[in-house]
Design a protein around this ligand. Structure first.
Ligand code: FPP
Length: 227
């Protein structure tokens, strides 16, 4: 029997459209990314009013290194600023930080800052998972290698070695800006996730948009391959 969906516990978002948001206003792309961070901040603040136990955001993909050096620098600086300015708020709002991807390959000061933030938020009850230097195919390959070192490569063994092993199963994936693709994000975890592709550009995405997506999710019947 199909299972009536309850509140989504784990939601992931591909935050797309910062560049187009800026272009439409004749602003530099960096301003679009800045406004993108504002949208993140508002969303994280709204988590306590939702069913969400874990929000996973695609902040920097392993392919994003191909962008011009100054844009990569802008994104890294935004990350530095965001963690520095918002860490106290995470702690007081019971938000626990989790990072996916090869984040230990980022600049040493960022690695150090993230290690500190992970430690200081470790008691939080709701998780903000940020994918940094993340690629899903690389994550699956790493997990399969780790599983092989232990024994049989089974789906369960792979799942135990994914960067999301400690997180609830993914319920809902949202991509903004009208693009309909996964761009190497959470390929394994999407196996049974609901998906929503919305036209809103990321800087315009508000807690009200998230609430609407959660409401739609609650109306969807999930079958997990059964009937
Ligand atoms: C897509 O817009 C967005 C990104 C590549 C980066 C997302 C990053 C942020 C919102 C800021 C940093 C995040 C945190 C958590 C501090 P795009 O540049 O691909 O837009 P376009 O497709 O319109 O050009």
């Amino acid at each position: 029997m199909g299972e009536g969906a309850e509140g989504a516990r784990h939601v992931a978002i591909i935050m797309d459209g910062n560049g187009r948001w800026a272009k439409a206003r004749h602003l530099p792309r960096a301003i679009g990314h800045q406004r993108g961070v504002e949208a993140v901040r508002k969303l994280v603040r709204s988590l306590k009013d939702t069913s969400i136990e874990c929000l996973t955001l695609y902040a920097f993909s392993s392919e994003n290194w191909k962008r011009p050096e100054d844009e990569v620098g802008d994104l890294m600086n935004l990350m530095r600023k965001f963690v520095k300015s918002d860490l106290p708020e995470f702690i007081s709002n019971d938000v626990k930080l989790h990072i996916l991807g090869d984040w230990r390959g980022l600049a040493p000061d960022i690695v150090e800052m993230l290690e500190d933030a992970l430690e200081r938020t470790s008691n939080g009850s709701r998780t903000l998972a940020v994918a940094l230097n993340y690629g899903s195919q690389q994550e699956i390959a790493r997990a399969a290698s780790a599983a092989a070192r232990e024994g049989d490569i089974t789906p369960d063994a792979i799942a135990r070695h994914l960067d999301t092993a400690a997180l609830p199963p993914l319920d809902l994936l949202i991509r903004t800006s009208g693009e309909v693709r996964l761009s190497n994000f959470l390929l394994w975890q999407c196996a049974y996730a609901e998906m929503m592709f919305v036209d809103t550009l990321w800087p315009d995405f508000t807690p009200a948009h998230l609430a609407e997506a959660l409401e739609q999710f609650a109306g969807r019947e999930r079958r997990y391959g059964g009937r």
